[in-house]
Design a protein around this ligand. Structure first.
Ligand code: NAP
Ligand code: MG
Length: 400
């Protein structure tokens, strides 16, 4: 059989620990036998980030902008323990944070739905994708403990020297706490843009929710910016695509989500997205079955698994013990990137390979062959628990 050709490269960001091991097996067994893989390779493994003073992360993100499609392996975000373990020159920043800042992107997290792993909410039949705004609010706040009576005020001092604006936050009669939050129109706009683009791209309805009835200026700003952009740039395209944009109060959204079937995108403010994405992923079964795609407002896509490097399994692997690490989200990161590459290049063969790879992966699980994490939660009786490599080989068998 002739291998599928790729006209344009996609950006490959290699990573760390157990996911780096899986990465290689996936390439060798599921991709290279079928595709003439054309990638711009960047090694984001912690050692190489340290050797290059993290330059490799910046280079990979800029390459992602250039080529429009990237696939990323999970990477270690260094902390004090890692500083010692890897003898680091510096506590390098989270690669995901660096890449997100360069692409100005929004992260969309989607559970992989498969027969035999039933979501806790029984009417959820299709995935619910969470889009989290990744700037500001409580994550860039300032706060203060108020020890004793006194007044706290918000002051805005315009740069042009015009009159200051002041409002009283609270006249404290005893101790308490206070917090200042902010957000930026440009950031909310690019968040909205990424959401509308991704809804069109994936042909799914878009929901957005805030607490605008209580927060009449702050949250209302988000609502207004979304609405204005929708009216001016997206309404027609949405109607043509047969999808809808739906704004509702966050309480109402939560209530509706529990009764919904799924199959839509839920855009959330930063804190709501943080909390709700953990709820959605655990309710759908497993973090190991969650994919993630970073979408920039100008249409760059970076695909990855939502989980980390699975450190505990890696240490077992290093000791020569058998592991049963779930590679599904990493496989879907590759299939997502290959499909998108195919779409942009008009490469039907590549797109259809991505479909077949996903189908083979899901059918392998549905046939009762799976990794340990899934065997613990599946409704399939007597599942066969495979080790990390054998699970990937079982997918290959099905692919053939
Ligand atoms: P993790 O790698 O997601 O793993 C946490 C636990 O979840 C694992 O120990 C394992 O549970 C289970 N798990 C996660 N993925 C799995 C998979 N594919 N198959 C089977 N089980 C899976 O999170 P972590 O241990 O907190 O973080 C490890 C490293 O990853 C850290 O250095 C962190 O900085 C990094 N990280 C990177 C990213 C990213 O690059 N996007 C995201 C998160 C974390 P059991 O041990 O019980 O089997
Ligand atoms: Mg969270």
């Amino acid at each position: 059989m002739e291998k599928i050709k790729m006209q344009t490269p996609l950006v490959e960001m290699d990573g760390d620990e157990m996911t780096r091991i899986l990465w290689q097996i996936i390439k060798d067994e599921l991709l290279k036998p079928y595709i003439d893989l054309n990638t711009r390779y960047f090694d984001l493994g912690l050692e190489n980030r340290n050797d290059t003073n993290d330059q490799v992360t910046f280079d990979s993100a800029n390459a992602a902008r250039k080529y429009g499609v990237a696939v990323k392996c999970a990477t270690i975000t260094p902390n004090a323990d890692r500083m010692k373990e890897y003898n680091l020159k510096e506590m390098w920043k989270s690669p995901n944070g660096t890449i997100r800042a360069i692409l100005d992107g929004t992260v969309f997290r989607t559970p992989i739905v498969v027969k035999g792993i039933e979501p806790c909410v029984k009417n959820w039949k299709k995935p619910i994708t969470i889009a989290r705004h990744a700037y500001g609010d409580v994550y860039k706040n300032v706060e203060m403990v108020i020890p004793a009576p006194g007044v706290v005020k918000l002051v805005y001092a315009p740069e042009d020297g015009s009159a200051e604006q002041t409002i009283e936050v609270h006249d404290f009669k005893s101790g308490g706490v206070v917090q200042g939050q902010h957000n930026l129109d440009v950031s909310i706009e690019s968040f909205a843009k990424s959401c509308f683009e991704y809804a069109l791209d994936s042909r799914q309805d878009l929901w957005f929710s805030t607490k605008d009835t209580i927060s009449k200026k702050y949250d209302h700003r988000f609502k207004d910016i979304f609405a204005a952009l929708y009216e001016s740039q997206y309404k027609e395209r949405f109607e043509k695509a047969g999808i809808t944009y739906f704004y509702t109060l966050i309480d109402d959204a939560v209530a509706r989500i529990m009764k919904a079937q799924g199959g839509f995108i839920w855009a959330c403010k930063n804190y709501d997205g943080d909390v709700m994405s953990d709820m959605i992923s655990s309710a759908f079964g497993s973090l190991a079955m969650m994919t993630s795609v970073l979408v920039s407002p100008d249409g760059c896509y970076e695909y990855e698994a939502a989980h980390g490097t699975v450190q505990r399994h890696y240490y077992k692997h290093l000791k020569g013990e058998e592991t049963s690490t779930n590679s599904v989200a990493t496989i879907f990161a590759w299939s997502g990137a290959l499909r998108k590459r195919g779409e942009l290049d008009g490469n039907k063969e590549l797109m259809s390979f991505a479909d077949r790879l996903e189908k083979a992966t899901l059918e392998t699980i549905e046939s009762g062959k799976m990794t340990k994490d899934l065997a613990l939660i599946t409704s399939i009786s007597n599942p066969a628990v495979l080790n990390s490599r054998d699970f990937i080989l079982a997918i290959r068998e099905r692919l053939e």
